[in-house]
Design a protein around this ligand. Structure first.
Ligand SMILES: CC(C)=CCC/C(C)=C/CC/C(C)=C/COP(=O)(O)OP(=O)(O)O
Ligand SMILES: [Zn+2]
Length: 415
């Protein structure tokens, strides 16, 4: 299952001994689920419940500016585990999030009264998709916020006077698509800017800098987090506004594919993903890098017999043996503790690995979104499938897109 391209040397073979070698090896007397490589659903539900659900609205002092993220990480983790909130908790979550849309500037802040910012805006919109409460979003104001952040080169600042990077561009495009306010005017020039963030390695850097009016170059090092954002943003644009022009900007898909597969695996035969060349495997890249392969499939057209160029079975092993924490939740690597961020992105990567042979647009895969049962534990080790563009389950993503593009919600004039 090794991807080979004879025209390129291997970029990532200079390896260092990974601390993942500290992985607790299963012993015959240890019969815990984790030592047998089984997803310990109940202990993860316990972790999510202990960490968040008993404490809504969120008041984590050190993460005061990440309140929409804490809700998104935990509620999307539950969705992947096939658990849905009851109606009362859905309402509480929706009210908590809606109080974070800034009435003056239009975006969502990291908490009520905090400055509008693209990253919590994405997390807030996704959370509202999960709790099925799209209608109270002020889309006219949201569009105004997005417009106010646009730069002449097609990029966007993350907040008023904030930095420019591909995370912000992805968050804006995902939120605009989900709420039905993505327009050609809004994204003019964005494709070109994204293409100029691809580095010589094949992955994407955080941003690009203008050298002349015509030439831009990547700013910094290729990284899995930025690569996911740039690629998902690119696919969103390609799907929304397919362009046929000969001189449209292009990505180097061959070097991207090569870089992605080279992010998998370590010297110690563990097949998690790292985020950049010569760095350590970390559970969260299970999604940031592992989630990119389905995006590539979307871009290249899904052929029924497409060869899988990465190792989903190896990724499953890494997540189940190394990233699951005995006390519940998932993590970067042993001996670290679990947190909400790693819990979601490990579960999302596990979902991507489970559905690798069922690309998202195949009709057969839609039936894999199982019925959720309010407040009850999921009983199967197979997770819900997650939409590669948004990291929402297919049902949640489709319901919101449908609401704003075809249903009642589409009637608002947001311009
Ligand atoms: C939508 C959204 C907000 C996406 C976030 C994407 C993401 C994970 C970006 C990471 C950026 C980065 C340079 C991390 C390096 O951390 P490090 O040096 O601690 O880790 P490393 O050694 O693994 O590179
Ligand atoms: Zn991580």
């Amino acid at each position: 299952m090794v991807y080979q391209d004879d025209n390129y040397p291997t970029a990532t073979s200079i390896s260092q001994k990974s601390t993942v070698a500290l992985l607790i090896k299963p012993t015959p007397s240890d019969s815990s689920k984790i030592s047998r490589g089984i997803l310990d659903i109940n202990s993860h539900l316990g972790f999510l419940g202990r960490n968040l659900l008993q404490g809504l609205p969120v008041r984590y002092t050190s993460q005061d500016a990440s309140q929409p993220w804490l809700l998104f990480w935990s509620l999307q983790s539950l969705s992947l585990l096939k658990v849905e909130l009851d109606d009362g908790n859905k309402r509480r979550a929706a009210e908590t999030i809606l109080a974070m849309q800034n009435p003056a500037t239009g975006g969502f802040g990291g908490g009520p009264g905090q400055a509008s910012h693209l990253l919590p805006t994405y997390a807030a919109i996704c959370t509202l998709a999960i709790v099925s409460s799209p209608s109270a979003i002020d889309r006219r104001l949201l569009y105004k916020f997005f417009r106010s952040l646009k730069e002449p080169d097609g990029s966007f600042r993350v907040s008023s006077n904030g930095e420019v990077d591909v995370r912000g561009v992805y968050c804006l495009l995902a939120a605009a698509k989900l709420t039905g306010i993505i327009t050609e005017e809004l994204v003019e020039g964005t494709r070109k800017w994204l293409a100029s963030c691809q580095t010589f390695e094949g992955g994407f850097a955080s941003a690009a800098m203008n050298i002349t009016d015509e030439i831009a170059a990547p700013l910094g090092e290729a990284h899995g987090g930025y690569t996911f954002c740039a690629l998902a943003a690119w696919v969103l644009l390609e799907m929304e506004f397919p362009s046929s022009s000969e001189n449209r900007p292009k990505l180097n898909l061959r070097s991207l594919r090569r870089w992605l597969v080279n992010m998998q695996g370590g010297e110690d035969e563990l097949f998690g993903f790292r985020g950049r060349t010569n760095k350590l495997i970390d559970g969260c890249y299970s999604w940031w890098v592992g989630g990119c392969f389905e995006l590539l499939d979307m871009l290249e057209g899904i052929g029924g017999d497409k060869e899988t160029i990465w190792n989903p079975e190896g990724l499953k092993e890494y997540i189940l043996y190394a990233a699951q924490h005995q006390a519940g939740g998932l993590r970067d690597k042993p001996p670290k503790s679990a947190d909400m961020y790693h819990t979601l992105y490990c579960l999302a990567g596990l979902s991507a690995a489970q559905y690798v042979s069922q690309p998202w647009s195949h009709s057969s895969a839609t039936s894999s979104d199982s019925e959720s049962s309010s407040g009850q534990s999921a009983t199967s080790a197979s997770l819900n499938a997650t939409n590669p563009l948004f990291n929402l389950t297919r049902t949640h993503a489709e319901a919101m897109v449908e609401f704003f593009n075809k249903g009642e919600g589409s009637k608002v004039d947001f311009r």
